[in-house]
Each structure stands twice: as C-alpha cells, then as structure tokens.
Write a protein that binds this ligand. Structure first.
Ligand SMILES: Nc1nc2c(c(=O)[nH]1)N[C@H]1C(S)=C(S)[C@@H](COP(=O)(O)O)O[C@H]1N2
Ligand SMILES: [Mo]
Length: 299
C-alpha cells in the first residue's frame, strides 16, 4: 500500500492505483487461496474499480439527516465541520480534546481503495484518504487494561433534522475490539477522491472498517473512548436480534429478513447482475482475529 498523500488525485490516478493494487492482491490472494491466477484475475480486477464520486456522495446512509438515501446529500451541508474537536478519553495516557487539524497534521495520510458493503446488501468501492487508527492510538498511548474502543458521532439537533425522530438512540455510537481497532486495514478517513470528505459521507472524520458491514463505519466522530468493557453500539441497541457487535461481512450468515449471500454494486445499472458477497468482504487477512469464534453466534 502506498504511503502517500496525493492532493491532485484525478479519476485517472485512481484507476492506475486500482490496477496496481489488483495485481498485488492477485498475487497474494491467489497464492493464499491456492486458486489459479488466471481464474481469479478478471473478477478481482473488475471489483476494485472505484464507484463514481457522484454515486458515493449521493446514495448515503446518515440517519441524523434523514433515512432517505438522498437525504444526507440534501441536508448534511448544514453540519459545521470547522473547527472540529475530537475528545479522546478513558484508558489512555494522554486524554484530551484534540483539535482535528493538529491531530491530522501528525498522522501519515495515505490512500486506500476499499470495498464497502452495507448490511442492506448494496456495495461500492471507495478511494478513501485517511490514516491508520492504530497510529492515533499509539499517539495517545493506550493503557494495558484497555480492550475496546468506543466511538461517538456529533449530536447537533439544530443542524441535524433527522435526530428529532427516534429511529436510533442519539448520538450514534459504535465500537471495536482493540485488536480490530489496531488492525492495519482500520482507518479514520478524512477524504475521498482526493477531496475533503463530503459532509454526507461523514465529514470531517469517519471510521472505515472494510471487512465489517457499513454501519460499523461511524461518521463525524467527536469522541473516542478506550474501555475495558464492550461498548454499546447504535444498531445493536435498536435491534440486537438483527445487528450484532461484530457485524463482520459474512455471506453464510443471513440477516433475519434477507440473504447476505449476494450484493448489488452501486452504479451497475438496472439490469446488472448481483455479485457474490465475499467472506470478510474479501479481506481474508483479518480471519485470524476471530480464531476459535463461532461467527454465526457472534455475528
Ligand atoms: N453517525 C452515523 N454514522 C453512520 C450511519 C449513520 O446513520 N449515522 N450510517 C452507517 C451506515 S448504515 C452505512 S452503510 C455507512 C454509509 O456510509 P456512506 O454514506 O458514506 O456510504 O455509514 C454508517 N455510519
Ligand atoms: Mo449500512
């Protein structure tokens, strides 16, 4: 993965990067799975072609701005994202209110082109910019008793028309086990397509955990808390039967109301075929985090 920050990223650059990543992924992926490269190649190369900026920014879930897919694009402009402070507290050596600009200035920003799979069975490929959450955790110093990381979204009733409806308990909260939070695939994103993160996608800073269903990737984060107990999460509180704490993408464990075996890739058009959903959304390198767990029970 390149460790670079490209300020003038064009869709052409993204495509070149995609092809590079695909070749790399192919070599490691095909080797690890024991699949003939010739068979795996076309499917993978297809898959990491990023969705358009228009698709990514106009079809969103951000319930603080309404439950319609186009509500966030219509209403999230009202969110004031500057200045922005992230409170970091709990079991950390350096708790405090961190100004986002200072914090991001200390991080190593890079581009990550990730598959993104919503629990509702639609998906896309997003060229994010951001930094590894592990780097931030190292900066603040995690105390040895910490086992989980809790996240919280801003709650601004005057800017967020959706929070007057009790669809979820506000503020939106999420959580990861510490080893998941420290995994190098887990990033805090501050941009996409080389532009600052649009408000509807979670400006100015949102979590991205590519092997989990999209709702784990909490938007507009104002607080990060290190704890020794599993934190409550918004969708699990709303419906524990349907949404577990782990929420790893898993084609073999169906949602109680629909299959998770396949997904609809955004931008495919009306007659496009659904594609198979991949275990851990294709990020098999995280499997070791769940050794010995029954993923149907701990869904
Ligand atoms: N605060 C907050 N974060 C959120 C959500 C939300 O409603 N509020 N929706 C989640 C869901 S269900 C998904 S699929 C992704 C969608 O991210 P996107 O709109 O950038 O595609 O954001 C997640 N993060
Ligand atoms: Mo989602």
């Amino acid at each position: 993965m390149s460790r670079r920050w490209n300020n003038d990223l064009t869709p052409g650059d993204v495509t070149a990067e995609t092809l590079f990543l695909n070749r790399r992924q192919l070599m490691t992926g095909a080797g690890a799975l024991g699949i003939a490269g010739g068979l795996a190649a076309p499917a993978r190369a297809e898959e990491l072609e990023p969705n358009s900026f228009e698709d990514i920014t106009n079809y969103c879930n951000y319930y603080e701005f309404g439950t319609g897919k186009d509500d966030p694009a219509k209403y999230a402009d009202a969110l004031t994202t500057e200045p922005w402070t992230v409170q970091i507290d709990g079991l950390v050596e350096k708790p405090g209110d961190y100004a986002l600009t200072d914090l991001v200035g200390q991080m190593d920003l890079e581009e990550r082109i990730y598959r993104f799979r919503c629990v509702e069975a639609w998906s896309m490929v997003v060229p994010w910019q951001g930094f590894e959450l592990a780097d931030l955790l190292d900066m603040v110093g995690v105390e040895p008793e910490a086992r989980y990381v809790a996240f919280e979204t801003a709650l601004r009733p005057e800017e967020m028309p959706g929070v007057r409806y009790p669809v979820l308990e506000w503020p939106y909260v999420e959580g990861l086990r510490l080893d998941e939070a420290r995994h190098p695939l887990t990033i805090l994103a501050t941009g996409l397509y080389g532009k600052p993160l649009p408000n509807q996608n979670g400006a100015p800073i949102r979590l991205v955990v590519p092997w989990k269903y999209g709702f784990k990737s909490i938007k507009s984060v104002v607080r990060i808390t290190l704890t020794d107990t599993q934190p409550p999460t918004a969708w699990n509180k709303a419906n524990p039967r349907e949404y577990g704490f782990f929420s790893n993408v898993n084609p073999t464990v169906d949602h109680p109301r629909w299959s998770q075996a396949t997904e609809r890739r955004l931008g495919g058009g009306l007659f496009s075929r659904r594609q198979d959903t991949l275990m851990f959304n294709g990020y098999e390198e995280v499997a070791a985090l769940y050794d010995g767990m029954d993923l149907a029970k701990d869904f």
